[in-house]
Design a protein around this ligand. Structure first.
Ligand code: PGA
Ligand code: ZN
Length: 424
């Protein structure tokens, strides 16, 4: 039988430029054109990056942005990638992505740069949605064979520590998880708890200035004090801890694991834990503060610690692998075999193409691991991840607190998508 032929629509021009991210560091923005249509995508950047992440190409020229420039990545998009993909249909995302992987040829995308590759990958998908005349989340959902229905549950990082602030806390992120009503109502709930949190901090003469992801970053005496102050703000807002608003955290434990001594060093608490026993610390927090989400509770290569943690608290707690899995289907497969964690964090720039990102999500869902779509600490106003989260039926999403425009861009996009879903 003769296959029906669709008109082939290709990228007619591809440009890239350096822009600045939310920390003021250079990052790449890509514009893909097809005739009179165009679409723009930009790439975020992490601070607590996992060692297994794809390579972010930086110029290393100390005279420009302290070596952080991305002019080489810009060059690669315009002069290396464009000639290789210009004859491929924009609707064939997989061919575009695999062609880039082939011309890169390295395991970590170090030749072209994962930032260059991802910029093209995301701009292509967005251009395809523009040409098709449908919103991005619908285009992606159709590509993923899913009919979008609902928004993910959002984890709001309202208190920042670790590498995202100078608060002195070892734990990197503390989440509020509002659970009642629609997304707008949940924003209203978080808004109220943040207001009470700030009132409390101000009374105690603690700072309410914010960290990289928009949450407050007070100098508290211990990690536990952060949990206590959040639980109090929830109750002061008239909500019941756990039932109305839950608490979660991204420990980002790779950052406080001493690999030489094989011990977790929690400076703010003046405590040390061995891989085989760190789960006990979390067990206490689960008991005392109803902690229900723990991301990177153990370090990226501490499989023993992860096994103990999963065995002891994995039934009642969402255990999310971020640095552990780095959105990489191969790393997720290792985790599945080892039986560790029960959720994967998904950050497209950890792996570098949309195709591999979707594979990581599909693999997780196939094995009943929950999916958490995530921003990075260094962000732009690009709201691609909001569309992605809805398109793949992600269980959760995190994009920071209710401050800083690059964080709100994601939440405001979710509001718009929510309206559309309700009126269709
Ligand atoms: P990063 O932090 O973007 O600085 O890596 C986010 C996270 O660890 O989830
Ligand atoms: Zn993380």
């Amino acid at each position: 039988m003769k296959k029906k032929s669709f008109p082939k629509i290709t990228i007619t021009k591809l440009t890239a430029r350096e822009i600045l991210d939310s920390r003021g560091n250079p990052t790449i923005e890509v514009t893909a054109f097809s005739g009179k249509f165009l679409a723009i995508a930009s790439v975020p950047s992490g601070a607590s990056t996992g060692v297994h992440e794809a390579h972010e190409l930086r110029d290393g020229d100390k005279k420009r942005f302290l070596g952080q420039g991305v002019k080489k990545a810009v060059h690669n998009v315009e002069s290396v990638i464009f000639p290789a993909i210009k004859n491929i249909s924009i609707f064939d995302q997989e061919s575009i992505d695999t062609t880039m992987l082939e011309i890169d040829g390295t395991p970590t995308k170090s030749k072209l740069g994962a930032n260059a590759i991802l910029g093209v990958s995301l701009a292509t998908a967005r251009l395809a949605s523009v040409v098709a005349g449908i919103p991005l989340y619908r285009y992606l959902a159709n590509y993923y064979n899913y009919k979008p229905k609902a928004l993910p549950t959002v984890l709001f990082n309202v208190l920042n520590g670790g590498k995202h602030a100078d608060s002195g806390l070892d734990i990197q992120e503390f989440f509020l998880i509002p659970k009642k009503g629609d997304f707008l109502n949940r924003l209203n709930m978080v808004h109220k708890v943040i207001a009470n949190l700030k009132t409390d901090l101000t009374k105690r003469r603690l700072s309410i200035a914010v960290g990289d992801e928009g949450g407050v970053a007070p100098r508290l005496k211990s990690n536990q004090a952060a949990l206590r102050i959040l639980a109090k703000a929830i109750e002061n807002s008239g909500y019941k801890l756990g039932r109305d608003v839950g608490i979660g955290m991204d420990a980002a434990a790779s950052e406080f694991f001493n690999t030489d001594r094989e011990v977790y060093e929690l400076r703010a608490d003046n405590k040390h834990y061995k891989p085989a026993s760190i789960y006990k610390m979390y067990q206490r927090w689960i008991r005392d503060y109803k902690l229900e989400v723990i991301e990177d509770g153990c370090a990226e290569d501490d499989f023993l610690g992860w096994q103990q943690l999963t065995k002891h608290v994995g039934k009642q707690t969402l255990l999310v692998g971020d640095d552990l899995f780095v959105t990489n289907p191969e790393r997720i497969q290792l985790g599945l075999v080892a039986g560790i964690a029960n959720a994967t964090l998904i950050k497209p720039n950890q792996i570098g193409t949309l195709t591999e990102t979707l594979q990581a999500i599909k693999l997780s869902q196939k094995h009943n691991y929950k999916v958490v779509i995530s921003h990075r600490s260094g962000e732009t106003v690009d709201d691609f991840i909001s569309d992605l989260a809805v398109a793949v039926n992600a269980d959760f999403m995190k994009a920071g607190s209710l401050s800083r425009g690059e964080r709100l861009a994601k939440y405001n996009r979710l509001l718009k998508i929510n309206d559309e879903l309700n009126h269709h």
